[in-house]
Design a protein around this ligand. Structure first.
Ligand code: AHR
Length: 498
């Protein structure tokens, strides 16, 4: 395989990488909230007001900027008043989407805000459009945010929080093309306007950021038809974000896959780039000044149910392959920092492409978690234009010839600190590369590499450190630095400009 070249153009910034690109999503689903976040104050598992300490400590290390809650499909069947007031008298409901288990509502708005504060994240609440009313959602906003002396603000104070929660991010429904009500785009646009009209800014210094439900994957028609209806006449301006969902799915199972399936899943994950570019291009037609932010508030791998687990709990293992999916997707968001303002991987704990797995009192972090830890320096950095030249990998997907990148990644600058992350998808070829820093010269400082000789490697409760990054000093100085990227790896390289 020929040597690769990575050009990093220090004098060609793309835009600031919004830290919210590194956001998360926690739904009342399986063991994400109950056991994953919430164990209750009386639990033998060490906790702070019911929230597990080990999970909080682990999450703090990856600087979660924002967490979306309570769903997901759960959101459009959730009534927020069920989750406030004395816990022992909260109603017992059925979690209809996710296994019809009893939802005790002991984790509600106050508990979620406490969790966000413990981990240092901003809350993003998803409202109920499908089975709720504009009045219900409007009252949730008032309950959370009104600083004055209304009945709802008094109720919040009586429930322990005299100060408003100051929640800025509000989703107006979830997947309203599906579990959120099976609307057509025009009907959802009408509902969106009705709801958004009554979601008032109660805090002048923290106006709401209202997020509309976008397409399932890169559905171009949904976006056109939604905005045609929304913008008809004088146009409707009370929309700040527009959120697509894209699950790259699976190839094989979570832990069993061939080399071909390894490449196939990475190829499917890399389709995120088309979604970002094409959806933003459509949005630009309606919103040329980019007032409305493009968001991907659910994304990740979705493997077949794990034998022995409740199939409706969406529990799955997380291997080195999931780590490469996370890394190449975050690199796409970084490269398009001018287009994407938030992204929320699904989901934080014990569900789908999780950061953390728990088993009663035990907790482990996944290879995907390590990618988030390695990528922290990108948050709020200035994304730089990059050009990766490496022989692509040929593969077949669904009987058609396709190509997967040979090397891909992203670069950002913060002061004089240059940070470059790179994915080498090849299962067996170390990729030699010359890193050309155009417009500056730099000194290598540190390299972190996440890889393993077994492409199926993952962490378990018995062997929790099977996949973890290895750190070393990074040599080389000047405007051309040589580096060899190991097979099946995610690499983070730090430099200082000289
Ligand atoms: O993340 C799991 C589910 O996937 C969410 O509830 C739903 O929004 C999506 O279909």
């Amino acid at each position: 395989m020929a040597e690769a070249t990575i050009k990093v153009l220090v004098d060609r910034p793309v835009g600031t990488i919004h830290r919210n690109i590194y956001g998360h999503f926690a739904e009342h689903l399986g063991r994400c909230i109950y056991e994953g976040v919430w164990v209750g104050e009386d639990s033998p598992i060490p906790n702070t007001h019911g929230i597990r300490n080990d999970v909080v400590q682990a999450l703090r290390k990856i600087h979660p900027p924002v967490i979306r809650w309570p769903g997901g499909c759960f959101a459009d069947d959730y009534h927020w008043r069920d989750g406030i007031g004395p816990r022992e008298s909260r109603p017992r409901r059925i979690n209809a989407h996710w296994g019809q288990v009893i939802e005790t509502n002991v984790f509600g708005t106050h508990e979620f805000i406490a969790f966000c504060r413990l981990v240092g994240a901003e809350p993003y609440l998803c409202g109920n459009v499908g089975s709720g009313t504009p009045r219900e959602m409007r009252d949730w906003v008032e309950y959370c945010n009104f600083p004055g002396d209304s009945t709802l603000a008094r109720e919040r104070a009586a429930n322990g929080s005299p100060e408003p929660f100051r929640v800025r991010y509000w989703g107006v429904g979830n997947e309203n093309w599906g579990c959120g009500g099976h609307f057509c785009p025009e009907d959802y646009a009408a509902e969106y306007k009705r709801f958004a009209t009554f979601l008032f800014d109660f805090l002048p210094d923290a106006p709401l950021y209202l997020i509309a439900c976008g397409p399932n994957g890169n559905d171009i028609l949904w976006t056109h038809r939604f905005f045609e209806k929304l913008m008809r006449g004088r146009g409707f301006r009370r929309i700040h974000g527009y959120a697509a969902h894209y699950y790259c799915g699976t190839a094989g199972t979570a832990t069993e896959y061939t080399v071909q399936q390894w490449y196939e899943l990475l190829w499917k994950a890399a389709r995120m780039e088309e979604l970002v570019v094409q959806q933003r291009a459509i949005l630009d037609g309606y919103d040329p000044h980019r007032r409305i932010g493009l968001i991907v508030d659910e994304w990740g791998t979705w493997h077949p149910p794990t034998p022995g687990e409740n199939p409706r709990f969406l529990w799955q293992q997380n291997t080195l392959r999931d780590a490469l999916v996370a890394a190449l997707t975050l690199d796409i968001f970084n490269r398009h920092a001018d287009k994407v303002v938030m992204a929320n991987i699904a989901q934080t704990i014990n569900v789908l492409q999780a950061m953390i797995l728990t088993q009663e009192e035990k907790m482990i972090v996944t290879p995907t978690y390590h990618v988030y830890a390695m990528y922290v320096p990108h948050q709020d950095g200035q994304a730089l234009f990059t050009d990766f030249e490496a022989d692509p990998i040929a593969l077949q997907v669904g009987g058609r010839d396709q190509e997967l990148f040979g090397l891909a990644g992203s670069a950002s600058l913060k002061g004089d600190r240059l940070f470059l992350t790179v994915v080498n998808p090849s299962v067996d070829h170390p990729q030699e590369a010359t890193i050309r820093i155009v417009g500056a010269s730099a000194r290598g400082e540190r390299a972190q590499v996440l890889s393993h000789e077994d492409i199926h490697a993952h962490n378990t409760f018995d062997a929790p450190e099977t996949v973890q990054p290895v750190e070393s000093a990074l040599s080389g100085e000047g405007s051309e630095i040589a580096y060899t990227f190991p097979p099946a790896s995610v690499t983070a390289l730090s430099f200082r400009l000289t």
